[in-house]
Ligand binder design. Structure first.
Ligand code: SAM
Length: 286
């Protein structure tokens, strides 16, 4: 059976009485080059432990298993249990864990299942939970690289340069933990059912230390969130709305003392610029 052959997939799913769930973001790959190219891009060698989220019927899992020492794959949909037993049952280095990737303790899981391996993530993510899953994977700090297929729109936000329309709080968040790289696009025709959007594969390379030092990460991220919560406003007004405890005058002073024009907008600021302003905030709120 070929796990990206549309007729084989239809027969397999029919045999198991499986129905696609939109709410679980179930769009399965039906083009063999896609899982091959994703697995080839995922920084895997024979000593690597790979965490996958959402194996579906296992077409990417199969490619990962051919390249890695071990693959642990988390699947939420219990209806895929008999399907995966049939498609991946013979693969000794694959372990499927049934559960919700958003609720499981990922660090504990990979430390238990792949204790002595370098670890990476590789997945075709369910689109409805892309950003919380990426956030969780970055924050847990367990993975050298995270190679994922996601909606092109979110991929562009993650890889955006300061000052562009796609640049936002999530760009800053991801870049705090990792260096992102856009790899390639995958058209909607490569999936069943077809999604409405184009997908992109990105790779996030973990940073050993954050790109800039700040006095307080909490204040830094609060400044970033406030700046983008009202991105059409000037930075002074956006930060005034987000920091009710500070006067507009002291916020303006922080911005000017950090070397910026009082009328600047948050969307043009780099991570380093945000760090300067956040550090100035720490000084006035001390
Ligand atoms: N890897 C397969 C492929 O490329 O054809 C399927 C990818 S499909 C886009 C996403 C998969 O994630 C589905 O199998 C879905 O059931 C699963 N899923 C959805 N939400 C999940 C969650 N919170 N935790 C784990 N798996 C989830």
């Amino acid at each position: 059976m070929e796990l990206t052959n549309i007729n084989d997939i239809k027969q397999l799913l029919h045999r198991h009485g499986f129905r696609f769930s939109k709410s679980l973001g179930q769009n399965f790959l039906v083009a063999s080059w896609v899982p091959e190219d994703i697995a080839d891009s995922a920084d895997i060698d024979g000593g690597t432990g790979v965490l996958e989220i959402g194996p579906g019927i296992g077409c990417l899992t199969e490619q990962l298993s051919m390249r890695a020492r071990k693959v642990v794959s988390i699947e939420l949909d219990n209806a895929l249990r008999p399907v995966l037993a049939e498609t991946l049952g013979g693969r000794e280095n694959v372990e499927i864990v049934f559960g919700d990737a958003l609720k499981l303790d990922i660090a504990a899981l990979v430390n238990e299942k792949m204790p002595d391996m370098r670890r990476v993530v590789c997945a075709n993510l369910p689109y409805n939970v892309t950003t919380p899953i990426i956030s969780k994977l970055l924050e847990c700090g367990e993975f050298e690289t995270i190679t994922v297929m996601i909606q092109r729109e979110v991929a562009r936000r993650i890889c955006a340069a300061a000052g562009t329309a796609d640049y936002g709080a999530f760009t800053v968040f991801v870049n705090w933990y990792a260096q992102p790289e856009m790899l390639f696009d995958v058209p909607a025709g490569c999936f069943i059912p077809q999604p409405k959007v184009t997908s992109s594969v990105i790779r996030l390379k973990r940073r050993d230390t954050p790109p800039v030092q700040v006095k307080s990460e909490t204040v830094f991220f609060r400044v970033v969130r406030a700046a983008f919560a009202q991105r059409r406003k000037t930075l002074v007004n956006a930060l005034s709305a987000g920091f009710g405890e500070l006067s507009k005058e002291s916020i303006e002073k922080c911005i000017i003392d950090s070397g910026f024009d009082a009328k600047i907008r948050g969307e043009v600021l780099s991570i380093g610029d945000f760090a300067k302003i956040a550090d100035a905030f720490c000084t006035v709120s001390e």
